[in-house]
Design a protein around this ligand. Structure first.
Ligand code: HEM
Ligand code: HEM
Length: 182
């Protein structure tokens, strides 16, 4: 018997797409801030907004995880093998752990070590996680940059898989996350 395609709940979709849009924007702003510093970021305006939006992701993450642990996602398609279903679940877990948790926290640690403020959405300041530590600056920077690029690879793989489900496998995985899916 076929499983009836089910959708993610509306709040789960809201968290996914709002955080997805912020995440991609923050990544691009971080990239432009560093690689087009002279042209676009002479007085650190892009760095300010990179940190302001990225830190808001952490607040949304707390709400999203609370929703996620109390609301099950829709079942994966029957034609996915048990191994593929476990791989997809593991992929989601790594997205949560690396791209949505470790990456912003590594930025928070780096700013704390550098003794630089983070203004969440430009409204209030995040408290520092550590004392300023000039000796640890390079390591903290390396960790954030490494997490940023490995998260990008992960997110691009995630998007490619979602499109493969839609166009190649022609199953309900992508539509279950789209706003109009019932
Ligand atoms: C509280 C959260 C975060 C803080 C405080 C933070 C802080 C920073 C800072 C200070 C820079 C250097 C900017 C400059 O030199 O002008 C940077 C670079 C960068 N950040 Fe973040 N970040 C945070 C979260 C994130 C998130 C969530 C992402 C990805 C979506 C991200 C992606 C990047 C990228 C791609 C770069 C450039 C990397 C490179 O040099 O190759 N950051 N971040
Ligand atoms: C165009 C961009 C995106 C598309 C088309 C997309 C598509 C999807 C789809 C169809 C799902 C449903 C489950 C599945 O994949 O099997 C999903 C889940 C998920 N996506 Fe995305 N996504 C995008 C961007 C992002 C970004 C930028 C992030 C985070 C950095 C992200 C994180 C997640 C996570 C953590 C889940 C698991 C949700 C859960 O079960 O709790 N996605 N995405």
């Amino acid at each position: 018997m076929n499983k009836t395609p089910q959708s993610y709940t509306s709040p789960a979709k809201f968290f996914h797409w709002s955080m997805g849009i912020i995440w991609i924007s923050v990544w691009l702003i971080g990239f432009l801030a560093v690689y087009f510093r002279d042209a676009l970021n002479p007085s650190h305006g892009l760095t300010y907004w990179h940190k302001a939006f990225a830190s808001a992701l952490l607040l949304l993450l707390v709400l999203r995880v609370a929703w996620r642990v109390t609301h099950r996602p829709p079942p994966m398609p029957d034609q996915m093998s048990a191994l593929m279903q476990r791989a997809a679940q593991a992929g989601h877990l790594v997205l949560y752990a690396l791209a949505l948790t470790a990456l912003p926290i590594s930025g928070w640690v780096w700013s704390s070590i550098a003794d630089k403020p983070i203004m969440v959405l430009g409204i209030f300041q995040l408290p520092p996680l550590t004392e300023p530590q000039p000796d640890a600056y390079d390591l903290a920077k390396w960790i954030h940059v490494t997490f940023a690029w490995s998260s990008l690879a992960l997110v691009l793989g995630h998007i490619a898989m979602a499109l493969k489900h839609h166009w190649v496998d022609k199953d309900h995985v992508l539509s279950s996350m789209l706003p109009k899916a019932k």
